[in-house]
Design a protein around this ligand. Structure first.
Ligand code: PMP
Length: 391
């Protein structure tokens, strides 16, 4: 028969109840979650096809329509973090050999280009310097030259702190029969977005930033144009898990409900609660709160003599703020001091900005005056330790 050796204790797992430190997550995400959302996650599990659970999924879809400002029926949460929304959008919207024009002004364009290539798309990258956004003229010229099937833009480039305006881009895409795909992982709920009015065809986002939920759900939206493309594909979507023809049927897109994968029960409770908070607060007040936190931060940082990495004020992202590391200052020591002494996470750069900047996230539950004051206190203390002359 099968051998039955003694059970190995070499890798016996942890025991005892888990404890974690309380921290202020003021980097580019995850942000701290609303306690009410964390509480929702401890509610009893339901079966993934039980009517009360399907009702929660419906509520999530409705909440997403408000959040995206769309009348589209086609909203859902991908099971996974922001990357799952990214991968789902790309896997579904492009057939092998089709062209995607990727606006690349930081790490997210780079990743979308990589992903689209893996799904067999022809990738053309449109690049601009880190810390800048794309002008409508630049986008128009590139779309006219490349005639892509899909144009990708990142509304909130969290590696550089750049806000990409979408003004006029939707019209440009309609004119040339291009689908417009936008990443809103670190901007949705923090800055204005009007999916229908701005003619954005597909959007994905994340749960752990301005929505104040834990990481693990990726809000996604397709409008009718985008869905038609997915329904009319000549080739099967190359990912079973992310095939919207199948996932959409679990979310009731096609007027039935069939099991595709087990819904992420507790995560979707969290999203339901996050979206209830959005509906209760109202988008306008959320956007204003984020804007106010951003202003407060920059008043304080300017008083310390620090400068924004993003030159043009209109390009500055409200939710992820990027700050130049002054010459002679050890950025990592400032971040370490913030964590050690204040329990505050202040992140460094990423990709093109590594070593050059700090990044401060003001998102969701964390976009409030007390948190901004804490970040400013941590900067002041850390800089003073390095002999920085406070302005
Ligand atoms: N896009 C942007 C703009 C992001 O900021 C992030 C997360 N930092 C992602 C995509 C990826 O999301 P996740 O890490 O949740 O997979």
């Amino acid at each position: 028969g099968e051998p039955t050796p003694p059970i190995s204790d070499a890798h016996r797992g942890p025991t005892g109840v888990l404890e974690v430190p309380q921290r202020f997550l003021m980097g580019p995400g995850p942000a701290n979650a609303e306690p009410r959302i964390l509480n929702a996650q401890s509610l009893p599990l339901l079966g993934h096809m039980h009517p009360p659970f399907l009702k929660i999924m419906d509520e999530v879809q409705q909440g997403l329509r408000y959040l995206f400002q769309t009348d589209s029926k086609y909203t859902l949460c991908a099971s996974g973090t922001g990357h799952s929304g990214m991968e789902m959008a790309i896997a579904n919207l492009l057939e092998p050999g089709e062209k995607i024009l990727v606006g690349n002004n930081g790490i997210w364009g780079t990743r979308v280009a990589d992903m689209a290539g893996r799904f067999g798309a022809e990738v053309v990258e449109l690049k601009t310097e880190a810390g800048t956004s794309f002008s409508l003229d630049t986008l128009t010229a590139a779309v006219e030259k490349e005639k892509p099937a899909v144009l990708f833009l990142c509304q909130g480039e969290s590696s550089t702190g750049v806000h990409q305006t979408l003004a006029g881009v939707g019209d440009l895409c309609r004119k040339h029969n291009v689908l417009l795909l936008v990443d809103t992982v670190c901007s949705l709920g923090g800055v204005p977005l009007y999916a229908d009015a701005w003619k954005v065809d597909a959007i994905y986002s994340g749960s752990q930033k301005c929505l104040s939920a834990p990481p693990g759900a990726a809000p996604l939206m397709l409008n009718d144009r985008a869905l038609e493309k997915v329904r009319a594909r000549k080739t099967k979507v190359r990912s079973y898990y992310f095939d919207l023809n199948l996932v959409g049927d679990y979310w009731g897109w096609f007027n039935s409900r069939s099991y595709h994968h087990t819904g992420m029960t507790s995560m979707w409770y969290a999203m339901r609660e996050a979206l209830a908070i959005v509906a209760e607060q109202g988008l306008e007040s959320m956007w204003e709160r984020h804007e106010a936190a951003h202003k407060q931060l920059w008043e304080g940082l300017s008083a310390l003599g620090l400068q924004p990495f993003v030159e043009k004020p209109e390009d500055r992202l409200v939710t992820v703020n990027t700050i130049k590391v002054p010459e002679g200052i050890d950025w990592a020591a400032v971040s370490k001091n913030a964590m050690d002494k204040f329990n505050v996470e202040i992140a460094g750069g990423l990709g093109p900005t590594a070593g050059k900047i700090w990044r401060v996230g003001l998102m969701g539950y964390n976009a409030k005056p007390a948190n901004v004051e804490l970040v400013l206190a941590a900067f002041k203390d850390g800089l003073r330790q390095q002999g920085w002359e406070l302005a």
